[in-house]
Design a protein around this ligand. Structure first.
Ligand SMILES: Cc1cc2nc3c(=O)[nH]c(=O)nc-3n(C[C@H](O)[C@H](O)[C@H](O)COP(=O)(O)O)c2cc1C
Length: 360
């Protein structure tokens, strides 16, 4: 079972080209609002359809709740929801079983599980499995709403193009990021990113990028010391998302080049509460939330499936082979990963908030 969590426990089910993908959640306190329209809206942000730049796999992704909701709230039992896989074309993948696709899980999965493994569409390794994360993340948000937690992800980089450092509150950034196809709050960078993705597509290639997520309103002290620190929980879930290769919090890798006098965030009295003047710590000290925004960035690798011929090897004859990946693929999955990375943050914080007794 592919699962995560101690108190807010999720398990993903399904596979890319099976009948459905979804999630089962245990530990949702009875009475937590389960807003189906909100979940559907989140799923729509993950869908490629309607995005000019993305894969042409056409799927409705209509939410179906199987159990756990009674009159709009959690019944306290296990919640289960899924979406159907409608646009499944197995044929392009069947031919590839003996020649692993570079950049995909095919090779190690086939070695571990044998030749009968269903790797159609990436099988259980597919980005499609993130449907379940988005459903669970939206339920987690409902649980966090009463605490005043809000979170937002947006695109910071695509290929070589950097967005300006985002300024403004979450509502402003949310509105700006919703105005373009790449989910970037900097409109100038967004149009250059869109052009770069279109160019990569024309060249039969793909691009990666950086997603930043900001979480505000997390109660001071959320997080478990040491192994289940806020960083550990978020990183655990972020690395579960296919194509994520790196993560940093606050100043992140830049911290290595700073001095203590620069990196330490001075404490100040803000009239009604203690805050810090800067936030190089990314809202986390000793694994616990400081009350400052929790900020993390994730590197998403360039889409593995590219239209160009690629070199591989035939696993039984050991002959070199040239592979042309057919099927439909995004030249850049970064814009679709944004809502997924928001969702995993919500799941991590909800689980820690329950563990710490911040939610009852
Ligand atoms: C939302 C989402 C959509 C994805 N769509 C694709 C895709 O269309 N084509 C592709 O090659 N990879 C896609 N991926 C990434 C692959 O699933 C992933 O790179 C591959 O399974 C290997 O896993 P790894 O990169 O984590 O090692 C997607 C990832 C996410 C998060």
């Amino acid at each position: 079972m592919m699962g995560y969590g101690e108190r807010f426990r999720i398990a993903l089910f399904g596979s890319s080209h099976g009948p459905e993908v979804g999630v089962e959640i245990q530990g949702i306190p009875a009475g937590t609002p389960i807003d189906l329209a909100r979940i559907q809206a989140a799923l729509d942000r993950r869908r490629p359809v309607g995005r000019r730049l993305a894969t042409r796999r056409a799927e409705e992704d209509r939410l179906v709740v199987d159990r756990g909701v009674d009159h709009g709230v959690s019944d306290g039992g296990s919640f289960r929801a899924h979406v159907a896989n409608e646009d499944v074309r197995r044929e392009p993948y069947d031919r590839m079983q003996d020649t692993p696709r570079p950049g995909h899980a095919d090779f190690p999965a086939r070695m571990r599980y044998g030749p009968d493994t269903d790797l159609s569409g990436g099988g259980i390794f597919s980005g499609r499995m993130t449907v379940g994360l988005v459903i669970a993340g939206t339920v987690a948000r409902s649980l966090l709403d009463p605490l005043g937690v809000d979170l937002l992800g947006y695109t910071r980089e695509i290929g070589p193009i950097d967005a300006a450092v985002p300024e403004g509150d979450l509502a402003t950034l949310r509105a700006r990021a919703a105005q373009n196809e790449v989910g970037c709050p900097d409109p100038d960078a967004a149009s250059r990113m869109e052009a770069a993705i279109a160019a990569a597509r024309r060249e039969g290639d793909s691009l990666g990028g950086v997603v930043e997520v900001r979480i505000e309103g997390v109660p001071i002290g959320v997080g478990e010391p040491f192994f289940d620190s806020v960083e550990s929980a978020i990183a655990h879930l972020a690395f579960s998302v296919p194509a994520v290769k790196a993560i940093e919090f606050g100043a992140g890798f830049r911290a290595a080049r700073m001095r203590g006098s620069q990196h330490n965030d001075p404490f100040i009295w803000a009239g009604d509460r203690v805050r810090t003047e800067t936030n190089h710590a990314g809202g986390i000290l000793g694994g616990l939330a400081t009350g400052m925004p929790i900020v993390y960035r994730v590197a998403v690798k360039p889409t593995s499936s590219i239209a160009r011929p690629q070199r591989t090897v035939h696993l039984t004859t050991h002959e070199p082979a040239t592979l042309v990946v057919t099927g439909r693929h995004d030249p850049c999955i970064v814009p679709r990963a944004v809502v997924v990375l928001e969702s995993v943050a919500a799941i991590a914080i909800a689980d820690l908030a329950l563990r710490g007794g911040f939610v009852r």
